[in-house]
Design a protein. Structure first.
Length: 230
């Protein structure tokens, strides 16, 4: 196997569900230090309930140009069993144990680490590279949100977390909103005055059925001089 594939299977075999990234964070730190790079881990883990914080390192520039940063996350969705990465005859990496593989986002982590190794060992010319590895991405970008962005000297960066073909650049993605809503019903005697009652469940069901995404609904055509229906 190539060095990067070997590295990926090693990282993928380390369980790291959101909030439990310690083992894979230590593996990443060890790899970078073997490349003679200083790695800093912030205190985000303590603040967000994770076993690891954000890992940050930089490779000092050797040429003029634009400094960049690269970013990937260390956590995966929760595994439901063992993780045993194997490479099939067709070159596809699978989990022989039948659960998740964790390529999201350890494939990117492996590529970033191999990039750092090659840049340093082969003394490639570059204008400065910063690497950022974050925890708890799968549960809402919590680790990235806890990172102090003022630490980044680069003003341009790339976040590796997409399954599109190599070369595609994603500049937007769907988002979500969380609503915490309480519905209160009104009690009534079922036999004497049921019409006075109000079901909280029915009200909640109607509200959910009426929910729409305003970005996905085409505006209605209103002819000047006509009334908009209530």
């Amino acid at each position: 196997m190539s060095d990067v594939l070997d590295l990926f299977t090693e990282l993928a075999a380390i369980p790291s569900p959101s909030g439990e990234e310690r083992a894979v964070a230590d593996a990443v730190k060890g790899y970078l230090r073997d490349c003679a790079l200083d790695v800093d881990e912030d205190d985000a883990g303590q603040r967000i309930g994770s076993t690891a914080g954000n890992l940050y390192t930089q490779i000092e520039p050797t040429a003029a140009g634009t400094r960049i940063f690269l970013c990937a996350h260390l956590d995966t969705v929760p595994p439901t069993g063992r993780i045993e990465p194997v490479v099939d005859d067709d070159g596809i990496v699978r989990n022989a144990a039948g659960t998740i593989l964790g390529a999201d986002d350890k494939a990117a982590v492996a590529v970033m680490l191999e990039t750092a190794r090659r840049v340093v060992s082969e003394r490639r010319r570059h204008a400065g590279i910063e690497l950022l590895f974050t925890p708890m991405e799968e549960v809402g970008l919590i680790g990235a949100g806890a990172f102090d962005p003022s630490r980044l000297e680069a003003r341009i960066g790339f976040v590796y977390d997409q399954a599109d073909p190599i070369g595609d650049v994603i500049i937007g993605a769907p988002s979500s909103y969380v609503l915490d809503v309480t519905f209160h019903g009104r009690a009534a005697h079922a036999g004497m005055h049921p019409e006075d009652g109000c079901s909280a469940i029915a009200a909640a069901a109607r509200a959910i059925a009426d929910l729409t995404d305003p970005d996905l609904v085409e505006p209605e055509l209103v002819v000047p001089g006509t009334e908009v229906p209530e």
